[in-house]
Design a protein around this ligand. Structure first.
Ligand SMILES: *Cc1c(COP(=O)(O)O)cnc(C)c1O
Length: 382
């Protein structure tokens, strides 16, 4: 027996984990600094940890109340009706629910490239096809309505990531409203705000009051430090919010995740500290790393290092795991997540050593090569 033809579906490539790398290199995971998945270096909120412990003995029941409580709390905070809050297992789960609600077989979606690989994946899982709009490195990955509309051809879903992963760039609000007004009636704009907490710009969630073709996804995985629990959500316009009941997997978010998220939402200090550290770290990386970088509104910085695979590997052997961006279509770039101040300093120092070593090695190689060519051809240079 075989599954259906999955040849167009590519597996998700996550940032590498400490355990995994430690096993491979025979190191202690505690000696590794993991800055490859944009996680929260301060860990989860202590209040969330307490909620997780307390919930442990209640996991024999379905999460009816917890699910309703979290939905209501988010609705309250963002001035939405509870139906407009689609809880999900991670924001990735919300992207799936939007695909289920929107895509008929063969429908096309428009994704940014470079970009987050789950957009094309969810589209293909739901029998959709994929087109791309290019964010140009030469233009510093600028995100504008024009760039999207140049590629737009009536797709059913258009994904916008702001702040963008891995580039760190943002869409200005006017660019998003221009898009909402320019696309055809059947097109949904999905504004992915996975890194929204780190940005100084306002969320697009309030646009839902005005536009029925905009949905916004948010997550507890990044600033809230709950990536391991898989909890996220989408905010959708009221006019079609009832579709959730027809597409969601029952009890989309589990009891422990709901209780932890509720506690995390009450811990403003934790999020504030997280955002402050990230803002410090991204400035520090940009100022101190011996490589060109891009301005970032997220909790990470994209850097151009030449051979990203070689740099990521050497840095990993030296104890710092960063993200090789080859899988994003940027084989010259690495993405460095913001760590604590100590981790970030250590990472930059390590990367600078790696870059200097690789530079020296490349220079020697080039010398050897030219020496060989000279002797082979018998040409003597002066
Ligand atoms: C991390 C991330 C997400 C969501 O991750 P979940 O853990 O599924 O909530 C969504 N979009 C982008 C661009 C991300 O980087």
């Amino acid at each position: 027996m075989q599954p259906r033809d999955l040849s167009a579906n590519s597996p998700y490539v996550p940032g590498r984990g400490s355990e995994e790398v430690a096993r491979e290199l025979g190191m202690d995971p505690a000696d590794l600094v993991k800055l490859s998945s944009n996680e929260n270096p301060h860990g989860p909120s202590p209040a969330a940890v307490a909620a997780i412990r307390e919930t442990a003995s209640d996991v024999d029941v379905y999460p009816t109340t917890a699910h309703a409580d979290l939905t209501e709390k988010l609705a309250d905070e963002w001035d939405l009706e509870p139906e407009q809050v689609w809880l999900s297992p991670g924001a990735d789960g919300a992207l799936d629910y939007l695909s289920r609600a929107m895509l008929d077989p063969g429908d096309r979606v428009l994704c940014p490239t470079p970009g987050f690989s789950y957009y094309p994946m969810t589209a293909r899982y739901h029998h959709g096809t994929v087109a791309e709009y290019d964010l140009s490195k030469a233009d510093d990955f600028a995100q504008t309505a024009e760039v999207v509309l140049e590629a737009y051809d009536g797709e059913r879903i258009v994904y916008l990531t702001t702040p963008h992963n891995p580039a760190g760039t943002e869409f200005a609000r006017e660019e998003i409203t221009t898009l909402a007004e320019s696309v055809e009636d059947h097109t949904l704009l999905v504004v992915d705000e996975a890194y929204g907490e780190y940005s100084e710009r306002p969320s697009s969630i309030d646009l839902l009051a005005e536009y029925d073709n905009v949905a916004v996804t948010r997550t507890f995985s990044k600033a809230f430090g709950l990536a391991g629990l898989r909890v996220g959500w989408a905010a959708v316009p009221e006019s079609w919010a009832d579709a959730y009941a027809r597409v969601n997997t029952p009890f989309a978010t589990n009891e422990v995740a709901c209780r932890a998220a509720l506690a995390a939402l009450d811990d403003d200090d934790h999020v504030e500290q997280t955002v402050e550290t990230a803002r410090w770290a991204r400035e520090f990386i940009r100022a101190e790393l011996d490589a060109p970088t891009w301005e970032s509104a997220g909790n990470f910085v994209l850097a151009e290092v030449g051979d990203a695979e070689a740099v990521a590997e050497a840095s990993q052997r030296a104890g710092v795991i960063v993200r090789d961006c080859s899988s994003f279509g940027l084989p010259q770039c690495i993405r460095i997540s913001c760590g604590t101040r100590a981790e970030t300093r250590y990472a930059v120092e390590t990367l600078n050593e790696v870059l200097a070593d690789l530079d020296a090695a490349t220079l020697t190689e080039t010398d050897d090569e030219s020496a060989e060519t000279e002797s082979e051809s018998g040409v003597v240079s002066e």
